[in-house]
Ligand binder design. Structure first.
Ligand SMILES: [Zn+2]
Length: 314
């Protein structure tokens, strides 16, 4: 039984991945491939009580990676872009031989079988084509290849003609080490905890970002419907991350205070959460207040759309 499944999940769009991009490790320059998105809309967006506000597509992009060369962590978004693997800027013309089936002859079944082999479609398609001859058989890079195919057809009594055509093919001048660079995998909570331990965050802002991602990735399983485990009952390092993140959230601004309250609630410190939430009168936070009053620490899907309310400023 799936819990916490937002209604918007049914309307999630088909994922439209963009081209792989090639990034250089900022420490040693080793190339890595990273997925990108072709479309970036908020259709099918989900909003959760821990501040996670992403579409299913965005959620599949990595934030942090460990370099395969020097093993040092880096921020994916800030790494130098070497190229997009789909952006082909140069094309060249290549002569191909196009073969056309003019007559099938008497051994139609055998010819049909040959045509199916060359086209790789289906029997229905091949039948339709053979009812309306002439029909193309295919295009071949070398004359030798075209000649072999022609001979197979002629052997079954068919008549085949040929044309020389110029075909545009991409000229891939990018180094093989870019094209074959290892793909960056989506990070999980454990990898982010490693990144924290190894000092990826250099500033307080970076630390807050990294700790927030760690919290989010740790909560991801519960967005998918796993039985809820309060933050207070998770591993020591995860609890320590929550504590450190709360300290970083205690600054001014609505969002950090809201996240601070949510961390307290997920840690089952309901009274403290309510004190903070009561200072933020925004009606959007009502589901969080409700849950805290019920002593419910579960991660909550929030209604969408939700706007930041200026009324909740101190
Ligand atoms: Zn490196």
């Amino acid at each position: 039984m799936r819990k916490h499944t937002p209604e918007s999940l049914d309307s999630l769009p088909v994922m439209l991945p963009g081209p792989d991009i090639v990034l250089a490790c900022p420490h040693c320059g080793a190339p890595h491939r990273s997925p990108s998105l072709a479309t970036d809309n908020t259709f099918g967006a989900e909003r959760w009580s821990d501040g996670w506000f992403e579409t299913a597509m965005r959620a599949s992009l990595p934030t942090v990676a460990r370099c395969v060369g020097c093993r040092v962590f880096f921020w994916v978004e800030r790494a130098r872009r070497l190229c997009d693997l789909d952006s082909i800027s140069e094309w060249r013309e290549e002569p191909h031989t196009r073969l056309i089936l003019d007559h099938a002859g008497k051994r139609r079944v055998d010819v049909r079988h040959l045509l199916l082999q060359e086209l790789g479609t289906n029997l229905e398609d091949v039948r339709r084509r053979m009812d309306r001859l002439p029909t193309p058989i295919g295009q071949y890079r070398t004359r030798e290849e075209a000649r072999k195919v022609t001979l197979r057809f002629e052997h079954q009594g068919a008549a085949v003609s040929s044309q020389e055509v110029a075909v545009k093919v991409p000229l891939d001048t990018r180094p093989a080490e870019w094209r074959q660079a290892p793909r960056i995998r989506l990070e999980d909570e454990a990898l982010l905890l490693d990144a924290l331990r190894e000092g990826l965050a250099r500033t307080l802002d970076e630390e807050r970002e990294l700790r927030r991602w760690t919290w989010w990735r740790g909560n991801d399983a519960f967005r998918g419907g796993d039985a809820w485990v309060p933050l207070s009952q998770r591993d020591y390092e995860v609890r320590e991350n929550a504590r450190a993140l709360m300290a970083l959230c205690s600054s001014e601004g609505t969002e950090p205070r809201w996240l601070h309250a949510e961390l307290l609630r997920e840690l089952e410190r309901f009274e403290e959460a309510l004190v903070l939430l009561d200072r933020m009168p925004s009606p959007e936070l009502e589901p969080l207040r409700d849950a805290a009053r019920r002593r419910d620490s579960r991660l909550l899907p929030l209604p969408f759309p939700v706007r930041e309310s200026p009324a909740s400023e101190p």
